[in-house]
Design a protein around this ligand. Structure first.
Ligand SMILES: NC(=O)c1ccc[n+]([C@@H]2O[C@H](COP(=O)([O-])OP(=O)(O)OC[C@H]3O[C@@H](n4cnc5c(N)ncnc54)[C@H](O)[C@@H]3O)[C@@H](O)[C@H]2O)c1
Length: 360
C-alpha cells in the first residue's frame, strides 16, 4: 500500500454506496480503484459517474484485485458479515454499513479474523458533525458530574400514503435484523454511547416493539415483518439507565430529543436535522438553581453525515489508529441490539451478554 493514499473498492452501488463514492472522490488521500455490484447496470453507472478505475460484475472479482487496500460494504446486512470475512481473508481493510450485523456473534467472527487490518462501521455517522464533537468534549470535561440517565425519544408521524414502497431490506427482519430500531437505533446508541466515551456497561434490557397499525398496514409490501415503533428501558452498571423510544409512521406528533442527565448537569442534544441548531447544557448552581450554557451553535455542514465514516476509516488506515466505531464498540452496540429484539420477542427483561457471559 502506498503510504499517502488508500486504494478503495466499493461493493454495492445503490443509494448509500453512491454517497461513499462521492466521499471517495472528494478525499484526496483516497484512490477510487474499483466498484462492484451484483447488478451490472448499477456498477457500470457508478463507475462512469464517479470515475472508478475498474468495474467488476461481482464482489469476488473485486476482492481478488490485489491493487485494492480497503473495501466499503454498502450491501444489505444479512450478506455483509460473510463478505467482510472474505475481504479480511483477502487482506483488505473493511468499512461496513449499518445495521452492524444480524447478531453479535458475527462481530466476534470479525474480531477473530481482523488481525492487523482496520475494520470500521458506519453507525458513527452523526458523531462527525461539529456539534457532536463539542458535546463530547463538554461531557469529557466532567461538566455533567456522574452520568445518570441517557434519553432518546424520536417519533416521526405518519405523513400520508408513501408514493414508493420501501426497499425490501428496510422492512424485512431476516435481511436487516429489524426495522426502525435496527435502522435508527444503531445511530442513536452509537451517538449516545460514543459521546459519553464508551464507558457505559448495559446489563438488563426491557423492550417492546410494534408493527404498522392496521389502517396503514398496506404501506409495506406483503411479508414485511419489521417494527415501526420500539421502546426500551436499559439498566447499566454503576447506577446509569437509558430510556429509549423510536417510532416512524406514528399516530403521534413529531418529537426529536436526545439528552444526557448527570448529577451536576445535563446536555440536550440534536443528532439529526435541521442542521441549524443550538446545543444547550445546564449546570447545577447551589444558589440559583441551574445555569445554561451554549455548547455549540450554528448551521452545521451536514455533508459530514455522508462522508465522515469513509474519511475517518481511510485516515485511520493511514494513521495506524482505530476508526470512530471499531470492533469493540460494534460488539457493545450489537449486544444492545440483540438484547432489544430478544426482550421484545420474549416480552420480558433480558440480560445483555458480556464477554464470556451467558446468552440472553
Ligand atoms: N439508503 C440509505 O439511506 C442508507 C443509509 C445508511 C445505511 N444504509 C444501509 O446500506 C445498506 C444498503 O442500502 P441501500 O439503500 O444502498 O440499498 P440499495 O438497494 O439502494 O443498494 C444495495 C446495492 O447492493 C447491491 N448488492 C446486493 N447484494 C450484492 C452482492 N452480493 N454483491 C454486490 N452487490 C450487491 C444491489 O444490487 C444494490 O445495488 C443497507 O443495509 C442499509 O441499512 C442505507
Amino acid at each position: 500500500m502506498s503510504k499517502e493514499k488508500v486504494r478503495v473498492g466499493i461493493i454495492g452501488c445503490g443509494v448509500i454506496g453512491k454517497q461513499h463514492l462521492k466521499a471517495a472522490r472528494e478525499a484526496e488521500w483516497v484512490e477510487l480503484a474499483a466498484v462492484a455490484d451484483a447488478n451490472p447496470e448499477a456498477a457500470r453507472g457508478a463507475a462512469e459517474q464517479f470515475g472508478a478505475e475498474r468495474m467488476y460484475k461481482d464482489a469476488s472479482a473485486l476482492l481478488a484485485d490485489s491493487s485494492i487496500d480497503a473495501v466499503v460494504l454498502a450491501i444489505p446486512t444479512n450478506i455483509r458479515t460473510e463478505m467482510a470475512l472474505r475481504a479480511l481473508d483477502a487482506g483488505k481493510h473493511v468499512l461496513l454499513e449499518k445495521p452492524l450485523a444480524i447478531r453479535s456473534d458475527e462481530i466476534q467472527q470479525l474480531m477473530a479474523a481482523k488481525k492487523e487490518l482496520t475494520v470500521g462501521f458506519c453507525s458513527s455517522r452523526f458523531r462527525f458533525l461539529e456539534h457532536a464533537e463539542a458535546a463530547r468534549k463538554w461531557i469529557a470535561e466532567g461538566r455533567l458530574g456522574a452520568v445518570r440517565v441517557l434519553r432518546c425519544r424520536v417519533n416521526e408521524p405518519a405523513t400520508g400514503r408513501p408514493e414508493v414502497a420501501p426497499p425490501a431490506w428496510r422492512v424485512n427482519t431476516a435481511i436487516n435484523g429489524g426495522g426502525i430500531v435496527a435502522n435508527w437505533g444503531i445511530y442513536d446508541f452509537d451517538y449516545l454511547l460514543g459521546l459519553t466515551g464508551w464507558n457505559l456497561q448495559p446489563e438488563w434490557i426491557t423492550a417492546r416493539m410494534w408493527g404498522l397499525a392496521d389502517p396503514i398496514a398496506d404501506y409495506f409490501p406483503e411479508g414485511a415483518d419489521s417494527e415501526v415503533y420500539g421502546t426500551a428501558y436499559i439498566q447499566c452498571k454503576n447506577n446509569v439507565s437509558i430510556t429509549y423510544e423510536r417510532g416512524e409512521f406514528m399516530a403521534a406528533p413529531r418529537e426529536r430529543s436526545w439528552q444526557i442527565i448527570g448529577s451536576e448537569g445535563s446536555i440536550s442534544l440534536h443528532m439529526t436535522w435541521p442542521s441549524q441548531k443550538t446545543i444547550v447544557a445546564t449546570t447545577l448552581n447551589a444558589e440559583t438553581g441551574i445555569d445554561s450554557h451554549t455548547v455549540w451553535e450554528g448551521d452545521e455542514d451536514s455533508s459530514w453525515v455522508d462522508k465522515g465514516a469513509l474519511f475517518d476509516f481511510t485516515r485511520a488506515i493511514l494513521e495506524g489508529r482505530e476508526p470512530a466505531t471499531a470492533l469493540p464498540q460494534a460488539l457493545q452496540l450489537q449486544r444492545i441490539m440483540d438484547g432489544l429484539y430478544a426482550s421484545a420477542r420474549a416480552q420480558k427483561p433480558v440480560r445483555i451478554e458480556e464477554e464470556g457471559g451467558e446468552r440472553a
